[in-house]
Ligand binder design. Sequence first.
Ligand code: AMP
Ligand code: MN
Ligand code: MN
Ligand code: MN
Length: 290
Amino acid sequence: MNVQDPWRLNADLHCHSTISDGTLEPEAVVARAHAQGVELLSLTDHDELSGQLRAQAAADALGLAYVPGVEISVTWAGETIHVVGLGIDPLDADLVAGVARTRDGREERAKEMAEQLQAVGIEGSYEGALRYVGNPELISRTHFARHLVETGVCSDVGDVFQRFLSEGKPGFVPHRWAKLAQALGWILGAGGTPVLAHPGRYRLNDTALWALIEEFREAGGTGIEVVCGSHTRDQYGRFAGIAREFGLRASRGSDFHGPGESHVELGQLPPLPDAVVPVWYDWPVAGRRS
Ligand code: AMP
Ligand code: MN
Ligand code: MN
Ligand code: MN
């Protein structure tokens, strides 16, 4: 463990397992992270905590520092925003109930997606997607994407999203997720640190992005992803500047979903810029005692 320099610690605080839309079991994600040189890990499945004790146990067995995590789907100004909660108590009753409510409606949404896809000539996509689902409560667009690639409708997952699963395309069904303040309330109530996930991915102009970050901060948000799997190198710099401007701590995470599918491997990202304070700066688990 790199105790002296938190900026050089290989922290990966955003990834997924079969508990949501990843392809590896929680234990396999942890083992792979360890093998890739990750020194501080959080598994952050979408709207679901049931992988946390498994991941924690696997990390403990390997001597890998671990913080429980989650990625909550939020609807803000009509857009889907993701908020990562780090260092949460995965057994906190309000958090567990909150993410369970957030999961509600995924099945119905998936059936509507399949109907829309059928209307453009793609048969049986609901049943097809289900074959990729590890957790029946968490059927997601990713599972549809895998099915459409496997059946040769599209060349890769990115192609599926471009042609079928993004807003305005046949197969996109808008959904109401949690409210921003609710999600932050659950995370804070469970003792966690709320982190705005992949801010560079939202289709928001500067004014809207500023409003989002301001509201996030006012609701108790303290972190923002700076170096992450969805950001370009330019965006590392841009969001480092924004983190400083808004007094937010910076996070780093691959958003790994599985071998061969994610473009960023666990732990394989550049370090955080020196100008920002890592979100793990004073966490005891990261090797520093405050
Ligand atoms: P859902 O929660 O069902 O709306 O699905 C969202 C998930 O789809 C995200 O967590 C990503 O894993 C995946 N996703 C979204 N956009 C893309 C994209 N353009 N390319 C690949 N995967 C994507
Ligand atoms: Mn995902
Ligand atoms: Mn996300
Ligand atoms: Mn994610």
